[in-house]
Design a binder for this molecule. Structure first.
Ligand code: IMP
Ligand code: MG
Length: 330
């Protein structure tokens, strides 16, 4: 399995990397391994924009796409998404599966989460669904009749004796991880490489780990995140930083090197993609936060050299680092 993890607060471009890797490698499966329809993956396929919440990017290439046991599924949203894909010309028949032991987001979960304010959730029922899963009062996908045609047993799937090449596609990000994020301003699932393994995969199955970050940070939720300064509003405007699930404006900040370092180490990252370098180029300012201090750079090149040098000290060589300035590819 190759794993895609987000090194910050979600919305770093995992969908784009999934799309790129699915083109480059031949995967037998794409596995969404955590989260629910709180996620919003924006994918440009054949020049068309798609926003998916549940369904992994593999479906755009006819690869078997699985919503894993680490996920929670809203059947209503799931069927809406299938319809949206079909109407957009993407064939889903026989391609989309749900682990039978994934948990279900019910109407009651959505009602409860709908006007949540403390954390600033996406209101999609994610937290209540995971609470009920761990409280042992939840409902599994296998108990929902409409989902029957899509169910899959992950043990049978992974250990069928066939050669598999899996792409693990995460949702949200390290800064929102239930254990490693800034609790309680987190999501309710495991957004790490370890979270991918929770879907019935043995530790030895991990090959490459693609960490995705933005060249600046964004966060959407209730905590105060954006520092004072016009530059941050400009980054948000030029970067079109609005949530793809909720439409909320994302707060922005410079990239925090220590968040990045923690995420790279804990996830065992081998490759890094920095998205949206074109945005800082348009803003004309380059900086990071390193050990609580803002470090400014005179040029894009100076910032990239600084970042590359830091990553090299962490075992990520510069051939494995990509600075992306396109929505469609790395
Ligand atoms: P929840 O996951 O809806 O419970 O929301 C918890 C926190 O995670 C909030 O700050 C959300 O804005 C954030 N969040 C959840 N999913 C995403 C995502 O896909 N991208 C970015 N932020 C997210
Ligand atoms: Mg998103």
């Amino acid at each position: 399995m190759d794993v895609i993890v987000d090194l910050q607060y979600g919305d770093c471009g995992k969908g784009k990397v999934a799309h790129y890797l699915s083109h480059k490698n031949s995967y037998t499966h794409v596995l969404r391994y955590n989260g629910g329809c709180n996620a919003g993956h924006t994918i440009f396929h054949n020049g068309k924009k798609f926003v998916t919440h549940h369904i992994p990017a593999g479906v755009f290439f006819g690869v078997k796409s699985i919503i894993g046991s680490g996920c929670v599924v809203d059947p209503e949203q799931f069927f809406r998404e299938i319809k949206m894909l079909e109407e957009g010309g993407v064939s889903t028949t026989g391609k989309i599966f749900i682990a039978k032991n994934a948990h279900v987001i019910t109407q009651a979960h959505k009602d409860e989460d709908h006007n949540e304010k403390k954390v600033g959730t996406t209101g999609r029922g994610n937290g209540p669904a995971y609470r009920d899963k761990y409280g042992r009062t939840g409902v599994r996908a296998e108990n929902v009749p409409e989902l029957k045609p899509y169910l899959i047993d992950l043990y049978d799937e992974w250990f069928s004796g066939k050669d598999l090449n899996i792409l693990g596609e995460g949702a949200q990000g390290f800064g929102l991880d239930i254990d490693w994020g800034d609790y309680p301003f987190v999501t309710s699932s495991h957004c790490t490489t370890a979270g991918a393994l929770l879907n019935g995969l043995p530790a030895q199955s991990v090959h490459d780990v693609w960490g995705v970050a933005k060249i600046y940070e964004t966060y959407v939720g209730s905590k105060e995140f954006q520092p004072k300064g016009d530059v941050f509003n400009r980054i948000g405007d030029i970067g079109e930083e609005f949530g793809s699930t909720t439409g909320r404006r994302r707060q922005t900040n410079w990239m925090n090197m220590q968040t990045l370092e923690r995420a790279i180490r804990i996830n065992g990252v081998t490759h890094v993609v920095f998205s949206k370098t074109d945005v800082l180029r348009a803003v004309g300012s380059w900086a990071v936060i390193d050990k609580d201090k803002v470090v400014e750079f005179k040029s894009e090149k100076a910032m990239q050299d600084f970042v590359l040098e830091r990553l090299a000290t962490m075992g990520v060589s510069k051939e494995h680092v990509f600075f992306s300035d396109s929505k469609e590819t790395i």
